[in-house]
Write a protein that binds this ligand. Sequence first.
Ligand SMILES: [Mg+2]
Length: 123
Amino acid sequence: MAQRLILTADDNMQIRMLVKAALRSLGHDLIEAVDGEQALEMAIEHRPDLVLLDVTMPKLDGWEVLHFMRQRPETAEVPVMMLTTAAQGSDLAHAAALGCNGYLTKPFTPTDLRQRVEQLLSG
Ligand SMILES: [Mg+2]
């Protein structure tokens, strides 16, 4: 697969490091945002091939980021996978209604993450 650009947005540095370590072997470029506002700005500026989005973040939460991304022409079609501990049925329904493309609950294994990322990038 050609090299792609992936944006990881999570306010927890440990999670960002886990994601980076898990995805390193895939050889894609990775950029990181530490809060929702930065995530939205970076998504619009860089138009990544995939966004991995935490839900609970400062400034804008993941739902708001997803909502605004879907309103903007630059990011309306960018695949988004929520990466979160929020795993109630209502959260999944909310995610689908907002137009998210995937949902991975924490804690995740590196293998899970790699598989889901490759699926979304090839889909
Ligand atoms: Mg968080």
